[in-house]
Design a protein around this ligand. Structure first.
Ligand SMILES: Cc1cc2nc3c(=O)[nH]c(=O)nc-3n(C[C@H](O)[C@H](O)[C@H](O)COP(=O)(O)O)c2cc1C
Length: 146
């Protein structure tokens, strides 16, 4: 089965809510989606075997959270070239984290990135629910062709 990994870093839960909605969108296309906290991905094997990788972090002090930085260093050990990718994150006013994650996936990992990073103030505000599901659907389409 076509499989996607959705990994998130959060402090107060918003980015986890976005991760769950992105995963729902992926599942609408018939692909399988696993949602995990970045802190529980510790070995290269934890990242192996997926067709798409969608990484998200909240922005704190202008940066992604440490657990997402650690995950990106781990992911750099694998060959993710050409795999489908996306990034997301909750933010307050500047929202650098999803952009930095996206750039790393695109420039270092050379992944096949979907559209743009998904930046949401909240999964429940300003159409966030729909946007997060649609983001997942776009990733799902890439890997299932549906
Ligand atoms: C101490 C602190 C620092 C923050 N720094 C930023 C920041 O630099 N840029 C930004 O856009 N949001 C910033 N935020 C807002 C968070 O990104 C926002 O509350 C987000 O929804 C948190 O997501 P989470 O629930 O996934 O942790 C900050 C929040 C706190 C409490």
């Amino acid at each position: 089965m076509t499989k996607a990994l959705v990994a998130y870093s959060t402090r107060s839960g918003q980015t986890q809510s976005i991760a769950d909605l992105v995963a729902e969108g992926i599942r609408f296309t018939g692909a399988d989606a696993t949602v995990v906290n970045a802190t529980s991905l510790t070995k290269e094997q934890d990242l192996e075997g997926y067709d798409a990788y969608i990484f998200g972090s909240a922005t704190y002090h202008g940066e992604m959270m440490q657990s997402m930085k650690t995950l990106l260093f781990l992911a750099a050990k694998l060959n993710l070239q050409g795999k489908a990718g996306g990034s997301f994150g909750a933010f307050g006013w500047s929202g650098e984290a999803p952009d930095r994650i996206y750039e790393t996936m695109e420039n270092i990992f050379q992944m096949d990135m979907v559209g743009t990073p998904l930046r949401l103030k909240s999964s429940s505000l300003q159409g966030g629910l729909q946007m997060a599901q649609d983001y997942g659907r776009a990733i799902g389409k890439k890997i299932t062709g549906k």
